[in-house]
Design a protein around this ligand. Sequence first.
Ligand code: GAP
Length: 470
Amino acid sequence: MENIIALCKRKGFIFPGSEIYGGLSGTWDYGPLGVALKNNIKALWWKRFVTDREDMFGIDAAILMNQNVWKASGHVAGFSDPLVVDAKTQKRYRADHLLEEAGVDVKGMTLDAMDAKIKELGLKSPEGNALGDVRQFNMMFKTHIGPVADDDSISYLRPETAQGMFVNFKNVLDSMHPKIPFGLAQIGKAFRNEIAPRDFIFRDRELEQMEIEYFVHPDNWRAVFDGFFEEQMEFAKDLGLNPSHIHKVDIAAEDRAHYSSCSVDTEFDYPFGQKELFGLAYRTDYDLQKHIEHSKVDLSYFDEETKTRYVPHCIEPTFGLERSMLAVLCDAYTVDELGGEKREYLKLSPKIAPVLVAVSPLLKNKPELVAVARTVYADLKKRFGRVAFDDNGNIGKRYRRQDEIGTPFCVVVDFETLEGTKEMANGLDGNGGGYAPGTTDTVTIRYRDSGVQERVAISELADKIEKLIG
Ligand code: GAP
């Protein structure tokens, strides 16, 4: 984990939040490569779950919502974690984490049971001090809207994106007229005042979720639920995750969120243990019914075919962006030996690597090589976007640098390229006329994982890379 964190900082993926002021626990800033990786994951998700489907509608709801949303949803009353305080230092800890570290299986444990167990075992805080009683700690960040800080102006930074979709259910029905089954999808920030943020970007106070609320007739929930689990597995494959690191975990009734009557988590083998990656919940009609009750707005659906009116039930596949990214980084992080030298690099899938191709002239002081490389670079950049021009250092160093950030393909223009054809010579007219590749001109393409190189005609290069993305 330390090596991954160091690589992420060194190469501009992830920095500690507010670092020059000593940081802010549970927050992280994403550098140029981190934001590129995040955006690629989000784009892949959006394509699979929204644009490739006919039954999905995108939403981008406000982060700040009327406080009644959170009263209705049950988050004001129940979105909490078990907190225990060190009696001497007043430091706060998650009671379930302290128990787990002491070897206790906390699955299904109530607050009182945790309290009793801590006392029975005589557990102390990590500093060795006595612990107070276990109590609930609400994890929503509270704020006030406008200049007056009273009860009426209370608002919360949303702890899940889901509610933005439930409160817009009627707006989408009225504007888009979808037929059930259909889903709403959203990618956005969520905030949780975690008692103990930890494990790099695994448990954050500011996070990003990719969520779907999929509305069905109550009789059809099971098939849709199972279908979404398969879709989650497909998405894990898209990310390039190793299937043997992924585990399906049925969540027992006593451990489910208050809105769920069936939950399946997808867990991943992180270096710090097997932990949650994605979630899948059958939220029934819990949320829509609660919003009907609290807002007094009719959120039912009329089925034109059967001439029946009902409140739809909801299946919720949810994906944490940071956890997806962390799983990707953990599985991609590789140390091996190439050409007799140790190499540390990221085996990222070409679907999401921040840089897909790096284009280089073999030597940067040969204008004819640079001119051709610039043309190849410009063409690939136009087609794929995620393309870098790299002429720093010698070619071996460039390969290592690109390997380290996970670039799957390096393209090099060398003297053999120049031997290509007469068109080459004609193309480089010395008057800025540039270079038009001849049909027989070739470059080398080098594959990150094997280090193998092959010659490819420039005219076939982009199509070849497209195929390699898969
Ligand atoms: N709308 C349902 C919901 O929010 P959740 O299991 O509490 O369910 C959904 O969160 C996903 O968000 C999780 O599967 C996880 O990937 C991610 N997540 C939750 N809390 C997180 C945190 N503190 N830091 C990073 N990701 C988190």
